[in-house]
Write a protein that binds this ligand. Structure first.
Ligand SMILES: *[C@@H]1O[C@H](CO)[C@@H](O)[C@H](O)[C@H]1NC(C)=O
Length: 409
């Protein structure tokens, strides 16, 4: 136990002492002294903590100089203690707690100047919930303040959108309510976080599982951010992959809820990508969605195939396996669709046949020149190459003297 006077252990003790301002801390302390005097002094409604910071620091310093003497511990550096207070349990909930904290540090430093610069460095565990809550309260009390509040949070939206979003997820709904300003910030921040922030999954999961806001509202905000991101402009496969990654990590049920979107173009594209990753069986998924959406789904699938023919060579073209599943799905349901959709299907299959013809010509040429042929055809191939080479040489031989003749004139 004597070896435990490190900056971290002293900071941990100090965090516990300062957190005594919460009910839990006080009760824990009171239980130690239940029968003894002074229990009435521990009433949490009193702005009073059962600790004296100066005594705490004094005892720590005395203990430290003792263990330094017997060479167990290096001297305690109180600046390091201040740095270790950067912990997510760090709460200074009352004036009394602040007094205990400052008394402890001033006594601990033993007359050395307070390391103010350590307070201004970047802290890892700071969440400006109170400040954001105050701003939201102001905006909801007087809508004329909306633009001023937006101006105030704007720097945070660009510098630390994750921290701001986390704060918005933690401010209860009763007061201030989910006002248009909170919705507005959600609409800006959530897509920005989804598209490129490294903390996207962890921050969005906190919102997804919120206990202080109506979950439906938060879920809808997140889901509509996914859809609107995809639609501006649609079919960017890189963006779609990012959307799929994050929705798949939203637990529980993020991806399933996203698939219940009514934006059919989006869910068909997402379903194709998800099947490529083995998140779902495309055939079964299409049948389930057909129950839900009916004929419009078939039309969407047809348009999707038209836009993304497999052999157009662009990055946008569908893998052949996915394409054939979609094609079979539409073919199986042709009897139930309107004539216009049937015509669209026929036109698509004609187009595919043309493509296939061109494709098979190319394959023939390719085989002739590049692939191993059966022995009966080897001589044909060699003859063909021989004839072509002869024609080229003849052309050069015939053309060359003429050119010399003309140039000498
Ligand atoms: C105490 O820690 C601070 C912060 O790490 C450091 O800047 C300072 O030099 C240390 N002081 C001593 C005496 O080691």
């Amino acid at each position: 136990m004597l070896t435990s006077f490190t900056p971290s252990s002293v900071a941990a003790a100090l965090l516990w002492v300062v957190d005594g301002s919460t009910k839990q801390g006080v009760q824990r302390h009171a239980s130690f002294e239940r029968a003894g005097p002074g229990v009435s002094d521990l009433d949490p409604s009193d702005d009073h903590l059962p600790w004296d910071g100066r005594v705490f620091a004094d005892i720590v310093n005395q203990m430290v100089s003792f263990v330094v003497l017997i060479a167990i511990n290096p001297l305690l550096n109180w600046s390091e203690v201040v740095m270790r207070l950067d912990d997510d349990s760090f709460r200074v909930g009352s004036r009394a707690a602040l007094r205990v904290l400052t008394d402890t540090l001033i006594e601990g430093l033993q007359g050395r100047p307070f390391p103010v610069s350590l307070l201004y460095r970047k802290w890892n565990h700071q969440c400006c919930v109170d400040l954001v809550e105050t701003l939201l309260t102001m905006a909801s009390a007087d809508p004329r303040l909306n633009s001023a509040v937006l101006r105030a949070v704007h720097p945070a939206m660009t510098i630390c959108p994750d921290v701001l979003l986390l704060a918005l997820f933690q401010i209860p709904v009763n007061f201030p309510p989910i006002t248009s300003i909170r919705q507005h910030i959600f609409q800006v921040l959530i897509p920005a976080i989804i598209i490129q922030h490294p903390n996207a999954v962890s921050v969005l999961n906190i919102g997804w599982n919120t206990d202080v806001l109506p979950r439906k509202v938060v879920h809808n905000s997140i889901l509509s951010a996914f859809v609107s991101l995809y639609m501006k402009p649609p079919e960017d496969q890189q963006k779609l992959a990012r959307i799929l990654d994050i929705a798949h990590e939203l637990k529980p049920g993020g991806l399933a809820e996203l698939f219940s979107s009514s934006q059919l173009q989006f869910i068909v594209d997402l379903g194709c990508l998800a099947s490529k990753r083995d998140y779902l069986k495309l055939e079964k998924w299409l049948e389930d969605k057909l129950q839900e959406h009916g004929q419009p789904l078939i039309k969407t699938v047809l348009c999707h195939m038209e836009r993304r023919l497999p052999s157009t060579g662009s990055a946008n073209s569908l893998p052949v396996e996915t394409f054939s599943v979609l094609l079979a799905f539409v073919r199986n349901h042709l009897p139930m669709v309107a004539p216009a959709i049937r015509q669209q299907y026929t036109a698509l299959t004609e187009q595919l046949k043309d493509m296939q013809r061109i494709l098979s010509c190319w394959i023939l040429v390719d085989q002739l020149f590049c692939m191993d042929l059966p022995w009966q055809l080897i001589s044909v191939k060699e003859h063909l190459i021989d004839i072509i080479l002869r024609i080229i040489f003849l052309a050069i031989a015939v053309g060359f003297p003429y050119r010399r003749q003309y140039s000498s004139l």
